[in-house]
Each structure stands twice: as C-alpha cells, then as structure tokens.
Design a protein. Structure first.
Lengths: 298, 323
C-alpha cells in the first residue's frame, strides 16, 4: 500500500446497507396520497393472487334462486347479479384479469419501446426511420388504434393485450431514446468503447440500467391507462366476452338493471376507479422519488 | 532518440466534423478539429500535448485510440496502419492502446461496482473464469494504490482521486503499450494531482509504458513529458524536447503560452505577451498560418502561405515563417 494513497482512502464512505429499492419505497411513502395508493395496490394484488381462497363461490357459479341480492345480503356481502353470481367473487377474479392484462400489455409495450428507443438513440441512421414510425403511432388516438387492431384481429382479451401493447410502444420509445441520447455521450460509454466492448454490451449493460428511473414511472402510470382502456374496450363489447368477470364487461351487463340493482354497475365502477387512482398516485410518488435532479447515489 | 523503437506514427492526420444543415441534412461546412498533425512517439517516452481549449488535442487523442474515424492521413501503431485493419484485429489493437479520461466522476458507470467494471475488461478480452478475474482485479487495485475491499464498492463511494485510480487500473488491465491520458489530472485538486502523476510515473518505469499526455496545464505537462507538442487550432505549432520548448520557445504562440505561467519568484520580472483577439472558429478556418490573426509578429505572407513544418535544430520542429 503506497503511502500516497492513504490520504484519499480516508474519504471512503461506509457502504450503505439499505439499497436503492428500499430508499425509493421510503420516499414514495413520505407522500400521504402515494402511501394510500400503495396500500390499495398491495390490497388489490393480494386479492387477485388469493382470489380462490378468499371467495366462497366461483365467479361464474349461478344461483338462479338468489338473483339481484343487495349489498350486505347473507352469504353474499356484495350481493348477486341477475344470474345469482356472487359479486365479491366476480370483482376479486376481475382484479386478477385486469392486473394480468395490465402487466402483460405494459410489459410487451416496454420491451418493444426499449428496443426501438435504444436503437433510435444509439444509431443515428436508424433514428429518423424509427422515430417517424413512432410519430405515426402517436398520431392515432390510443383507443381508436386499439379498436382498429381489434377490428382486424377479432374480439378477445388476448387481442386487447396486443392492441394496448402496440399503443404503449411509442411513449416508451420516446423516453428511452431521450435518455440514450444523453447517456451515450458520457465518458464511461467512451471508456467502454475504448476497451473494445460490443454495441450490444454497451446498450444493455451500460446504457439501459442508467435509464430505468423514467421507465419505472412510465410503466406504473401506463398500468392505470391500460386497465382503464381494457375496461372501456370490454364495456364496448370488444374485449372480454361474457361470462368472463371483467370489470368493464360487468358494468355493461349491470347497466341494464340500473334501477333494480344499481350495485351491479357501481361496484365494478368503484373497483376500476380505485385501481386507476392507486396506480396514478403511486406513479406520481415514484416520479418524485426518482426525480433525475435528486441524486440517488448519495 | 533515433535508436529507440518507434511505437506510434501519426502522419498528416486530419479530422473534420461536418456541420449539417438544410432540408436534406447535407454537410454545409466543416469544423476542422485536427488539421494536419505529424507525430512520432517512441517506446517508453511521454509526449505532452498542450494547447488551449478547442485546439484539437482531445480529438487527436481519440483518433489515436480509434474512438473517431480519420478524415485524412494515417496512424500506424507498431508498424501497422490502423485505417485498414479488419475489425477482429482492431479489437487487439484497441487492447494495446488505452485511455485515461478527464472526468473521474463521469468515466465510471454509476450503476456498476468497481470490481465488476474492471472485470468486464477481462470478460471482453479473455477467457478467464470468475475467480481468476477477481484475483487479477484485486492485484490491479493494489497496483494503483487501492485496497482489495474496494472491489465491492460503487463509484459514488470514492473520492475523485480514487476514481481516477480506478480509471488507471482499467486502462492498465490489458497491459497496453500506449496510454492516452486525456486531461487525466485536470479535474483533481493539486495534492491529488501530484499523487496521480507520481503513480503514473511509477507505472511507466515498471511496465515500460508510453504516454500521450494531453493537458492544458503547462506545469503538469513539463513535469510529465520528455517531449512536448504545442497545438493551435487543430494544427501543430511547435514540437521538441521538453526542456527545449520550455527554455527556448520559438513559435510566437508557444512564447505567449509560456509567458502566461505565473512566476514563483516575484522579483523575476518577465514580459507577459498578451494575444489580441479571440481564437478563430475552427469552422471558419483562417487561410495561411492558422495563428496569423493573433500573431504579434505576423507579416503579409503569413495570411497567404501555410508555414512549413521545419526542423530548426535537432528534434525541435516549428511551423512559422518568421523563425
């Protein structure tokens, strides 16, 4: 150990024991609204995962002797619909459908957007072509684009996922491209090039990990939009088909009985509202927590 | 100098960056960042490159390690011209030439541990297994005055001087013969500067390294270099042994540059040569001698004829009509 290095060795900080993830969660919770959102989200996710355990009836189990039961009825605390199906069971199973559709379409959208964004940001020659395609996608109103895709592929939940994924790609591509443009000029990228690292290695090992923060925020916010759009498409009859317990489809079925049993339309409506609200406020909290101006490294 | 092995030869190298404009993004004009530089570097020596901001010294460094493509001229390393090397050989070439970067805060990936960052060099260039790589990295860390336990730390846990040591370790990892130090100590404070320069000198004798030492700091370059190249606006102004340049500067630009060094002896009065005007834009390159717009001794023909690169005494070259 040369004596010369000892002076600057003293400046070494202790390795922080709490990692980045815990730090982010903590600063999200600091905001009360985001904390509420996070609690709702955890509740919804747990409900979706344990749906068969916490319900006593199947979501499609009919009991034609007990139709249109109101809220608070014995054995069916959220009542039953026009076929006597338990509303609580349908809502809980609907949560898993909404989350699955949300996660898969946001996931596919992110993967597509990341690949396009990385290519556009890193290779100047591809930039023009890719971003013009992205602009083209941007020009369509999202729901119209989704309806167009469904009109071509047919109505089903899978096709809803495909339609909404395509719609998630351009926003993500934009965000990634912007980050790549600034990161690729950093000296550590130059250093990797001078070492002789391949483009794939630089892109996925050095550039991508440094643009995750805006992607996490985008993904969370996007979940809200996706769930809302899935319900909207199902409500219009373009997504989940009966008897699937999808929230939007449930509203569409329930609205015929608005006067006899208003809870049939209102309860799934509240479920959609709470989920979208939760994702939005958590997204807001994450955006504050992952603000690029705030140095996460200190 | 002649009996030494020639390691790097830079011949009439030019790098022009296009300025694109108009609807079709055609190049409208060019920024002449490097405009005709000749340089021979021998094994084991340190060549300093000085000049003010924007004179093309960093671009020259990047051209040498292959980060930028040449517009004109040739660069040969160990007798092989790198312009016409196939990609596979280029990787081998690149491992022989490394760079130490200016900003120690920007030259390390903030999301990567120091150990992983250094190991990555071996992942790319060798077939070592994890344990071998780790051992190699730990010996490298010791080599540059860091400790083994620094292996698991992130860059933000280090001071500027320590990060620069990591940068040196990374440059050293592949046993290169030439290291380009691009303002390697400029971002550090003076006491750390001295430590890093000592470390660089120690490593040079130990591994017979050759340095291309780029800096705007004349004092640092004098301490480090055997020979010095003075650059002005992408062109070479003067080149020679360090003591010749510092004691007997010939080019009016070198004289002005050296007169700007603060004197340590207040009684020693020396005349400060003040240059008039600003550095001309490299996109609107002056005709004739690039320095004639600010030169105190400029004549009429300086604005017309590009001065020749002449050897005025042994190993002392200058590009000026009036010397």
């Amino acid at each position: 150990m040369p004596a010369t290095a000892e002076i600057d060795n003293k400046n070494v900080k202790k390795q922080p024991s709490n990692n980045r993830f815990m730090k982010t969660v903590k600063s999200v919770i600091k905001n009360k609204l985001s904390a509420i959102g996070l609690v709702i989200l955890v509740f919804i996710v747990l409900a979706a995962i344990f749906a068969p355990v916490i319900t006593s009836y199947g979501p499609n189990e009919q009991d034609l002797g007990n139709t249109h039961l109101g809220i608070g009825s014995e054995g069916h605390f959220l009542g039953t619909d026009n076929y006597g199906r338990d509303m609580w069971s349908r809502i809980v199973h609907g949560a898993s459908i909404s989350l699955l559709v949300g996660i898969s379409s946001v996931g596919i959208g992110l993967i597509g957007g990341i690949v396009l964004g990385l290519l556009a940001g890193y290779y100047r020659k591809l930039d023009g072509i890719i971003m013009r395609i992205v602009d083209l996608l941007f020009a369509f109103p999202g729901i119209l684009l989704a309806m167009l895709v469904i009109a071509m592929l047919g109505t089903s939940l899978i096709n809803v996922v495909i339609a909404i994924s395509i719609w998630s790609i351009p926003g993500c591509a934009r965000i990634v491209r912007g980050s790549v443009l600034s990161i690729k000029e950093q000296e550590y990228i130059m250093a990797m090039k001078s070492i002789g690292a391949s483009d794939v290695r630089i892109l996925f090992k050095h550039i991508l990990p440094n643009c995750t923060a805006p992607l996490i925020v985008y993904g969370t916010m996007r979940m809200a939009t996706t769930i809302l759009s899935t319900s909207a498409l199902s409500y219009l009859g373009l997504g989940a088909q009966p008897p699937t317990p999808e929230w939007g489809a449930m509203i569409a079925a329930g609205q015929n009985f608005m006067w006899q049993a208003p809870h049939l339309a209102i309860i799934p409506g509240i479920a959609i509202m709470l989920t979208v609200f939760a994702f939005n406020v958590v997204g807001d909290g994450l955006r504050d927590a992952l603000d690029p101006n705030m140095d996460l490294n200190t | 100098m002649e009996n030494q092995t020639q390691l790097l030869e830079v011949k009439n190298v030019k790098k022009h960056f296009p300025i694109k404009g108009g609807l079709l993004q055609r190049p409208k004009s060019f920024v002449k960042a490097v405009n005709g530089v000749d340089l021979t570097v021998y094994e084991g020596e340190t060549v300093g490159i000085v000049g003010e901001s924007g004179c093309g010294k960093s671009t020259l460094g990047r051209l040498v390690i292959g980060l930028e493509k040449l517009t004109e001229g040739t660069i040969s390393f160990g007798g092989e011209s790198i312009g016409d090397l196939p990609d596979r050989k280029l990787k081998k070439y690149k491992s022989n030439l490394q760079m130490i970067f200016q900003d120690p805060f920007a030259s390390l990936n903030p999301r990567q541990k120091i150990g992983d960052a250094l190991e990555e060099v071996f992942v790319i260039h060798s077939n070592m297994n994890k344990a071998e790589r780790k051992a190699k990295v730990q010996s490298l860390l010791q080599e540059v005055g860091l400790k083994e336990e620094h292996y698991d730390r992130f860059p933000h846990e280090f001071s500027g001087g320590q990060r620069q040591r990591v940068g040196i370790a990374r440059a050293l990892a592949l046993n290169p013969s030439l290291i380009v130090c691009d303002e390697a100590v400029s971002a550090l404070d003076v006491s750390v500067q001295a430590q890093i320069m000592k470390l660089l000198k120690k490593l040079q004798t130990k591994y017979n390294l050759t340095y291309l030492f780029i800096s705007h700091d004349l004092g640092v370059v004098r301490y480090m270099s055997d020979r010095v190249l003075v650059m002005y606006l992408g062109a070479q102004a003067e080149m020679g042994d360090s003591h010749k340049i510092y004691n007997n500067p010939l080019h009016p630009y070198t004289k002005a540059l050296l007169s700007a060094i603060p004197r340590t002896n207040p009684k020693h009065k020396s005349e400060r040569i003040k240059l008039k005007g600003d550095l001309p834009s490299a996109s609107d390159y002056p005709k004739g001698c690039p320095f004639h717009t600010r030169c105190p001794i400029a004549q009429a023909h300086c604005a017309e004829v590009v001065p020749e690169w002449r050897e005025v005494e042994e190993n002392h070259f200058v590009a000026c009509h009036e010397v």
